[in-house]
Write a protein that binds this ligand. Structure first.
Ligand SMILES: [Zn+2]
Length: 690
């Protein structure tokens, strides 16, 4: 055991910063391994003390104490994972690879701690007779389930094999994510001649210039950052360049050499199938769904089939619109089929003509700063919390902004870090994470929540302008952020976003609804130059255009959800040698229409393979959308997007409740009934035309 007890490691000193935030400025990559090992050592000692105490097990001396144990480790892991995702370096990546095994081994040691599990198991057996409150009962049940699902009940030989599987999986998923980042960082499409810029609006040119500057290059480059790539595919008139960029985007992780993810995916799938078999489950999908609202594959399949069946004709209606425009533009003879690198380009043209919408017209109404203020304002009107910038708080990159979240009585109830820009050291996508979770176990702890986006940063001195899609992402992640920030539960295990994974996207997707409320747009979407409010006519066109493209989005999303379920439903022994061919076969059998493409292919599908959180779980966005569309209807029925009574129920039962109540029950407490499917179908424009 490496012990860093010489008193020089800032991670192991008391964090003498405001709100005990991590002392980012003092942190170096070499501090992490010794600090993490020391924290694991302390955590083990805490668990041994719980297991070895002579007193008979009680809720307080076992379950509550376990919940409060390992705080140092949880916090160090949080800092470590946040930096690895948002501000990584070769030195941190090395630590990440080196520590993946020991961290997985530690997790195994916790959940296979026989003495500890014996106490939890004994309490669980007589949980109805312990006189526990509802939240305590829930904590006991979830804790017990955590242990069982991590192998606590397996025989010793099976436990050893299980532990080896988990350690190998940790190494593989770490490598998978690093390979995707390597392919993303390596790629650049250099725009040189004026002809290379054909069709690009000024905002895309500026973002391409900024991307080049960040990479220490002159000129303009298109990178694989989504907020640069998608506009490029939407606007560039250079079909050859669109094809190049699209191929680079969709072949990440699929190039022979050091960053090849194909063999890694296959091995991950084999190990997961074996993991499920050790639990007596036919497949990993069965194991994963056991701890979800859906419960069974058939429930997921029913939802995906229903949506797939409705989305295909919606897509073909959109294709007809695209083809009509192409024929009119005289492209019909030259280019008879729409390829995946054409779809967004022609869809943008249809959008501009049918709805007279043009991103170059829209974006000036959505400066990043105003949209952040809009998100904060919605949170204030719904939940009574205010966000106050604190430029003096420690952050890990100069682009990160720190805020206090103040409750209606002025008390600081949370800290929020907003990290909005893409950079080479940050992974792609958008996500919420926490540096500290809310709890009252062992004293009141306020949450420290981080939101990461990957918006293309404007040139120095210029305001960053967002697309409507970017604004949606901003609100989405802030919805997750509020789920962490508004948490009000007794125990860390049940806090904030620690909910079942097909519930976790409800607070985020629900919050998206407010970004398109006319009242919110009129108040906040103001022209970056003139300060004028967005015209009502433009709001109406945005609303009318909202459903256009839903066929495309729904087919692409659902196709990825279907490949996820198909590949994780394979029993051990049936994992294919060639995962790329398997993916293609599933899509062929499902009838993925040509010219569309997927949201994610296996070789860069980080949800599935850069960790296990969303494996056999990409469907959760759609599952949660059933909930969010139905939940939003509660405000529609009340006739006010900020209706006080509905908002109070929403805060109490959804945003503050964490996992302290079973999700179906807490949803019913908010809505007064179970969720219905129709609002989601209606929102996506997938109800058959009458
Ligand atoms: Zn989300």
């Amino acid at each position: 055991m490496v012990m860093a007890t010489d008193g020089t490691n800032p991670l192991l000193q008391p964090w003498a910063t405001p709100y005990a935030l991590p002392p980012f400025a003092a942190l170096r990559a070499e501090h992490f391994a010794p600090a993490l090992l020391e924290a694991m050592h302390q955590h083990r000692a805490e668990l041994d003390a719980i297991a070895l105490q002579p007193e008979a097990p009680s809720f307080d001396n076992t379950v509550a104490r376990l919940d409060a144990a390992g705080r140092l480790l949880v916090r160090l892991e949080a800092v470590f994972h946040n930096l690895c995702a948002s501000e990584t370096s070769p030195a941190l990546q090395l630590v990440q690879r080196e520590m993946a095994g020991p961290m997985a081994a530690h997790s195994n040691a916790v959940y296979m701690h026989a003495g500890l599990f014996a106490r939890i198991d004994a309490l669980h057996a007589r949980r109805a007779d312990l006189g526990l409150g509802a939240e305590q009962q829930r904590l006991l049940e979830q804790t017990h389930l955590d242990f069982v699902r991590a192998g606590a009940r397996l025989a010793p030989a099976a436990q050893r094999r299980y532990a080896a599987l988990m350690e190998r999986l940790a190494a593989l998923t770490t490598q998978f994510g690093q390979n995707v980042l390597a392919d993303e960082s390596a790629y650049r499409l250099v725009l040189q001649d004026e002809a290379d810029f054909a069709g690009l609006p000024e905002s895309v040119r500026a973002a391409a210039q900024q991307a080049a500057t960040e990479r220490g290059l002159g000129g303009h480059v298109i990178t694989l950052s989504r907020s640069l790539l998608v506009p490029f595919l939407s606007f560039s008139e250079r079909r050859d360049l669109r094809e190049q960029a699209w191929r680079a985007w969709t072949s990440r992780g699929e190039h022979a050499g050091a960053n090849d993810n194909r063999a890694i995916v296959r091995e991950i799938l084999q190990l997961r199938a074996e993991q499920a078999a050790l639990h007596g489950k036919p497949s990993y999908a069965d194991y994963a769904l056991d701890n979800s609202m859906a419960r069974e594959q058939v429930a997921v399949q029913r939802l995906l089939d229903n949506v797939w069946r409705r989305a295909l004709p919606a897509l073909e209606r959109e294709r007809e619109q695209l083809l009509t425009l192409m024929r009119e533009a005289g492209h019909g003879r030259l280019q008879p089929a729409i390829e995946p690198w054409d779809w967004r380009y022609w869809a943008e043209k249809v959008r501009q003509r049918t709805y007279a919408l043009d991103d170059a017209e829209i974006k000036p109404y959505f400066p990043l700063e105003r949209m952040v203020a809009a998100a904060f304002d919605c949170a204030e009107r719904l939940f009574g919390v205010r966000f106050v910038e604190r430029a003096d708080l420690p952050v890990y990159h100069p682009d990160v902004k720190a805020y206090e979240m103040r409750a209606s009585d002025g008390r600081v109830a949370g800290i929020f870090l907003h990290d909005n820009f893409a950079r080479p050291s940050k992974r792609s996508g958008a996500w919420m994470s926490s540096l500290r979770q809310q709890t009252r176990n062992g004293g009141e702890v306020i949450p420290v929540i981080v939101n990461n986006n990957n918006f293309a940063k404007a040139s120095p001195g210029e305001p960053t302008l967002l697309s409507f899609d970017d604004v949606r992402t901003l609100f989405h992640e802030f919805g997750h952020g509020l789920h962490g920030l508004l948490s009000s539960v007794g125990y860390e295990r049940l806090s904030g976003t620690n909910v079942l994974r097909d519930f976790v996207e409800l607070p985020s997707q629900l919050f998206e609804h407010w970004m398109s409320e006319p009242a919110v747009l009129r108040r906040h979407a103001r022209h970056v130059v003139t300060g004028e409010a967005i015209p009502d006519a433009l709001i109406e066109r945005l609303a009318a255009a909202r459903r256009f493209g839903q066929g495309f989005e729904t087919v692409r999303y659902t196709a990825s959800a279907l490949t996820d379920m198909a590949v994780h439903a394979l029993p051990a022994g049936q994992v294919p040698d060639d995962v790329v061919a398997f993916e293609a076969r599933v899509l062929r059998e499902r009838g993925l229409p040509p010219g569309v493409g997927l949201n994610h292919r296996f070789t860069h599908f980080q949800h599935l393979f850069a960790g296990s959180g969303y494996a056999a779980g990409y469907y959760v966005y759609l599952w949660a959308e059933v909930l969010d569309a139905d939940a939003h209807d509660a405000f529609v029925e009340a006739g006010d997007p900020f209706d006080t009574a509905v908002a109070a129920r929403l805060k109490r039962h959804i945003y503050a409740a964490g996992d302290s109540v079973e999700p179906g029950a807490t949803y019913a407490a908010f809505r007064g009934r179970a969720p219905q499917l129709e609002p989601m179908l209606k929102k996506r424009g997938l109800l058959a035309p009458a």
